[in-house]
Design a protein around this ligand. Structure first.
Ligand SMILES: Nc1ncnc2c1ncn2[C@@H]1O[C@H](COP(=O)(O)OP(=O)(O)OP(=O)(O)O)[C@@H](O)[C@H]1O
Ligand SMILES: [Mg+2]
Length: 233
């Protein structure tokens, strides 16, 4: 079966400086995998390269396939259809994913409605509102009705990260990339977020790829493996 993600000799350079060197691994349906490495070892760049989101000035080489589709060298526009379906990303700082001027409920509703439309089962009005509340409850947010009415600055860091996770899950991606989703949070909240992510990834057909600096609280009891302590030699 085609892997959900397959990296083959992926390298990333900034000019003549090699930042990630010959990284290869693949992730099959239902698997979880942690990419561990010290700060600056290339975890985030690997995640960005796998989704075609590397910043200008960085050149990838080798191969990164999402569900069999080559990402490296493929124009941005052609990758748009994969983002939010084949893959979604949760970043370390949830504020980067949230619009400060929009209520949480509206922000979560957008990817939900987009995905429902793609699935030919459009959601709107009361049904969409219900779906938003159900998703907020799924990521264990207390008082979903209140949270849906709130603006991002009215939530705690952990609550904001749960909202960011909810927005990623709303896309129903084949692959969820979580780039240090708990680094900015206190230890108790970190544990809660890992429970949320691992619980979700254990559900039938979904997938989770975790990226972290240090092994976070043994969160992945059924993960296939932890990969690569350094992304460059
Ligand atoms: N746009 C860029 N231009 C040049 N070098 C960059 C750029 N972005 C990142 N780098 C360099 O690439 C290397 C890998 O960065 P990356 O952000 O992937 O590390 P990381 O493993 O995610 O680290 P951390 O655990 O601190 O998040 C670092 O040395 C970084 O300075
Ligand atoms: Mg990083």
């Amino acid at each position: 079966m085609t892997p959900v993600l397959a990296l083959d000799n992926l390298s990333i350079a900034a000019g003549s400086k090699l930042l990630v060197s010959n990284l290869s691994f693949s992730l099959a349906r239902g698997e979880r995998l942690g990419l561990i490495g010290e700060s600056g070892s290339g975890k985030s760049l690997t995640a960005l390269a796998a989704t075609g989101l590397l910043p200008a000035g960085l050149s990838p080489a080798g191969s990164a396939k999402l569900g069999g589709t080559e990402v490296i060298g493929t124009p941005n526009r052609a990758l748009d259809r994969l983002r939010g379906t084949a893959v979604a990303i949760v970043f370390q700082e949830p504020l980067t994913a949230l619009d400060p001027l929009m209520r949480i409920g509206k922000q979560v509703a957008e990817p939900l409605a987009r995905r429902a439309k793609r699935d030919d089962a459009p959601l709107s009005g009361a049904a969409l509102k219900q779906a938003v509340l159900a998703l907020l409850a799924e990521v264990a947010l207390p008082e979903p009705e209140r949270i849906a009415q709130a603006y991002p600055h009215e939530l705690s860091g952990g609550q904001r990260q749960r909202v960011a996770i909810a927005m990623a899950l709303a896309c129903k991606p084949d692959l969820l990339i979580a780039d240090e989703p708990t680094t900015a949070l206190d230890v108790t909240t970190q544990a809660e977020i890992w429970v949320c992510l691992t619980g979700w990834s254990a559900s039938a057909t979904w997938h989770c790829f975790l990226s972290a600096t240090t092994c976070p609280l043994s969160p992945t009891p059924s993960a296939r493996s932890w990969c690569s302590d350094r992304a460059r030699p």
